[in-house]
Design a protein around this ligand. Structure first.
Ligand code: MG
Length: 382
């Protein structure tokens, strides 16, 4: 089952599924809005159930519509693997539906774990479902941890490319356009995660994702910038050994590994040519260049509803930036203000999480409106 089939991860997953027909059979697919794109993507898979959550334009017969239909498909007991890709916070409900049975949940949508990590991991424990990472860094850590004892792990090292503005003059960052932010140097990804990579909010979300996937405290998860994206992440062990995973920057590798539950399929991607990879560099992230990283860490440590609020505000801010309604630096400013003003009790139910999400979304949308008006009437802000 593929949730988010028309996005970047979803379409690469369909490619992996069709390349290994003896390994995988697609039972159903969900898209957010794009009916035509979904139908085109499913042409190699005749007879597959398909759902469009919020379709734009007319819907042909044979396509189910709505969130309930998406949840029903996610809950289909015939699907032993459910890939959650794309959709951001909207993927939460189908994820929880899928986790009612002991399936393998391959999770690419980190927002789900950021907003409701406790609920999602508790649901998996209850049903005996297995959550496996698709995100390249977390897939790397998963691979580095295989066969190791949890008590020997000292630290998880998440690598980050630093995005397109790692060395750009700080003064110019305010004037970054969506086109500039969308030009990621190493990875081919969807627009939301690409903008998040440029601010490094993505790495902040990934710290939270790692905390929930590997049950490791935040104090033992570190981020290091590695511009070449050859080392996908590393684990430090108690004897001083570091184990890292290397490979080409191609999401089909972690997708295939997650779908197969950790079995290596032949020839998924070409191997990394070490000699021609050249120099591999590592550096500490500069907090003044990437304030989103410390913002996410603060929200993570605060816990409760703070990560859900931050995640919701960030989704709104990124969408507004892509529409040209917010400047680059204003995204993190806005997310910081919204997260800081949240004072709700720690969520214990799905309703609580959705309320925190709604708070973040509503307040962020109001602030975008205000900033946009200021921008329109007052000209450029300092
Ligand atoms: Mg990643």
């Amino acid at each position: 089952m593929v949730l988010g089939a028309t996005g970047s991860i979803g379409s690469q997953a369909l490619e992996v599924i069709s390349r290994y027909p003896e390994e995988f059979e697609l039972l159903g697919a969900v898209a957010g809005q794009r009916t035509t794109a979904l139908q085109a993507a499913l042409r190699p898979f005749p007879g597959v159930a398909c759902v469009v959550v919020d379709p734009q334009g007319p819907v042909p017969s044979g396509v189910w519509v709505g969130e309930d239909a998406a949840c029903q498909l996610a809950a289909d007991p015939r699907a032993d693997v459910v890939l959650v890709a794309g959709g951001g916070a909207a993927a939460l409900l189908p994820t929880l539906e899928a986790l009612h049975r002991p399936c393998r949940l391959a999770i690419a949508t980190k927002e789900v774990l950021v907003m409701a990590g406790d609920l999602v991991t508790a649901a998996a424990r209850r049903s005996g479902a297995e959550i496996v990472p698709v995100d390249s860094e977390h897939s790397a850590i998963w691979q580095c941890l295989r066969g190791e004892s949890a008590q020997d792990v000292v630290r998880l090292w998440l690598t980050a490319s630093g995005g397109p503005f790692r060395t750009a003059p700080l003064a110019g960052l305010q004037d970054v356009t969506p086109e500039m932010a969308l030009a990621h140097p190493n990875w081919r990804m969807g627009p939301k995660v690409t903008v998040d990579s440029a601010t490094m909010m993505n790495k902040g979300l990934e710290v939270i994702e790692a905390h929930f996937l590997f049950a490791i405290p935040y104090s033992r998860i570190s981020v290091v910038i590695h511009p070449q994206s050859a080392v996908h992440s590393a684990v430090e062990f108690c004897d001083g050994t570091m184990v890292a995973q290397l490979g080409v920057a191609d999401m089909r590798a972690p997708i295939a590994l997650a779908l197969s539950g950790g079995r290596r399929l032949p020839g998924v991607v070409p191997p990394l040519d070490l000699a021609s990879a050249g120099r591999l560099e590592f550096e500490e992230p500069d907090p003044s260049r990437f304030p989103a990283l410390s913002l996410a860490r603060e929200a993570a440590i605060r816990g409760g509803g703070a990560p859900a609020v931050m995640n919701a505000a960030n989704e709104v801010a990124v969408a507004a930036f892509l529409r040209g309604e917010l400047r680059f630096g204003e995204m993190v400013e806005l997310v910081s203000e919204v997260t800081g003003s949240y004072a709700g009790a720690p969520p214990t139910t799905l309703e609580d999480v959705l309320a925190a999400d709604a708070f973040g979304r509503t307040m962020a949308a109001e602030m975008v409106g205000q900033m946009d008006r200021r921008g329109a009437t007052g000209g450029r802000r300092p």
